[in-house]
Design a protein around this ligand. Structure first.
Ligand SMILES: Nc1nc2c(c(=O)[nH]1)N[C@H]1C(S)=C(S)[C@@H](COP(=O)(O)O)O[C@H]1N2
Ligand SMILES: [Mo]
Length: 431
């Protein structure tokens, strides 16, 4: 193992993926099972190089100990191949070629946290409160939800409002998502609509307010990391779930276990994780990340770099038409003929056509496009492409939705870097 910056990363990775092997690497072979392993010799050198300093109390480090300096990658336990953007809070995206499945497996679902994952994510004593302007305020266990409402399973697309932010110029601050803050897993739960109707929506309700159990990064218990909501008309549509299963299993702790909202087609931030409470309000919700410039864009198109007054921002509602090429991967070497495939989606709409170009947009051909599994699911597409001769090509994909909206070539720039739905391009070496 190299004792340099890369070695550090490798060791982090090794501790995250295979703690036993990492342990062996650092502490050496355990020839005497009854003898406590001490960090010395090559192991000490490895760990010292990895943390970049000497370790004065190294004799006290027990065998089998995962140094806290390496623990950060453990935040992605149960995830496979995701790119970690931040570890406090945890933000990780999925490379497009790992999103190739029609239904995104849990280990490939991106993670976007604003705060700290609750310590206890077990379903046992979890309750959901529905209150505010309702006729019958309710407090229900997950079993109550399952018993009192129809349980449904749906494939639903969640995309972060900031997906694609990395390509903004001038750059926008925030997580530098490239392509992979999107997923379409199969969620099982009860319809938000059914629960709100049982609670009885009072006259005058205009907005929902969602509250989760995650803690604010500051540790201040009186602060929430994020609390968003949707207009009541949206909340009463029938593809929004209060979900307690993800791909047939318990939710992953990072994806909101044991209970979350899934609001397909709207910014992912509407899909409150670790859901504890839904309140109905007679004003537009004003929780953290609802106000100011959070999840908002200027009400009119602006030139890149424009300083837009805060009062000119409006709340993002549906997400725009978009698509992803998931095969082949960018940079792949392929033969003269290949299938090209991926997904396409558009908030609250369906996709009508998906065209691809292999000649930098001069000509386009229609791909085969599947119907969505259900409303709120992305649509899978594929096309057999034959390249005229060996060489470098780019495949571009362009989706058009049921309202005729088409993906653009250039980013519709906005100060916070939301809603980048430009065409996805992959470079291929053909021959
Ligand atoms: N409680 C809570 N819910 C949350 C968040 C959060 O930080 N806390 N992040 C939101 C954002 S911004 C997005 S994009 C989605 C991401 O869902 P995922 O992490 O399961 O991919 O969760 C949303 N729900
Ligand atoms: Mo997000």
């Amino acid at each position: 193992m190299a004792h340099d910056g890369n070695g550090t990363k490798d060791l982090r990775k090794l501790f995250a993926e295979d703690p036993e092997a990492a342990d062996l690497e650092v502490f050496g072979r355990r020839s005497h099972p009854d003898r406590r392993g001490f960090l010395k010799g090559a192991g000490l050198a490895t760990m010292g190089a990895a943390v970049g300093m000497t370790i004065p109390f190294h004799r006290n480090i027990p065998q089998g100990f995962i140094p806290a300096a390496f623990a950060q990658d453990n935040v992605l336990a149960g995830k496979d191949g995701l790119t970690l953007l931040n570890d406090r809070p945890v933000n990780a995206e999925t490379p497009p070629e790992l999103l190739d499945d029609a239904i995104t497996p849990t280990n490939r679902h991106f993670v976007r946290n604003n705060g700290l994952v609750p310590d206890d994510t077990s379903a046992d004593n979890w309750t959901l409160t529905v209150d505010g302007l309702v006729d019958n305020p309710m407090e229900m266990s997950i079993a109550d939800l399952q018993n009192q409402f129809e349980v449904v399973t749906m494939a639903l697309t969640i995309e972060c409002g900031g997906n694609g932010r990395a390509f903004f110029d001038p750059p926008a601050s925030g997580n530098q998502w490239t392509y992979g803050a999107v997923a379409c897993s199969e969620w099982t739960g009860v319809r938000l609509k059914d629960v709100l109707e049982a609670a009885g929506v009072k006259d005058g309700v205009v907005y929902t307010a969602h509250y989760g159990a995650d803690a604010h990064l500051s540790g201040d218990a009186s602060k929430l990391p994020i609390s968003r909501g949707v207009p009541i008309e949206k909340a009463l549509t029938d593809n929004i779930l209060i979900a307690f299963r993800m791909n047939g299993e318990d939710l992953h702790p990072m994806n909101g276990a044991p209970l979350r909202l899934v609001v397909p087609g709207w910014p992912g931030s509407c899909s409150q994780k670790w859901l504890r409470r839904i309140e109905l309000r007679d004003v537009v919700h004003d929780g953290p990340k609802m106000t100011g410039t959070s999840y908002r864009v200027p009400a009119y198109p602006v030139a890149p770099g424009t300083d837009v007054p805060e009062e000119d921002f409006q709340i993002i509602e549906r997400m725009p038409v978009k698509s992803l090429i998931t095969f082949p991967a960018n940079g792949a070497e392929i033969g003269m003929a290949s299938e090209v495939r991926g997904h396409a989606w558009s908030g609250d709409r369906s996709i009508d056509r998906l065209d691809i170009s292999i000649d930098f947009g001069a000509t386009w051909q229609s791909a085969e496009l599947d119907a969505p599994a259900n409303s709120g699911a992305w649509q899978n597409w594929r096309s057999n492409v034959t390249f005229p001769q060996a060489g470098y090509y780019e495949v571009w994909a362009r989706a058009t939705d049921s309202a005729g909206e088409m993906q653009p070539f250039a980013i519709d720039w906005n100060p916070k870097g939301y809603l980048n739905n430009t065409m996805h391009r992959v470079g291929l070496k053909v021959g």
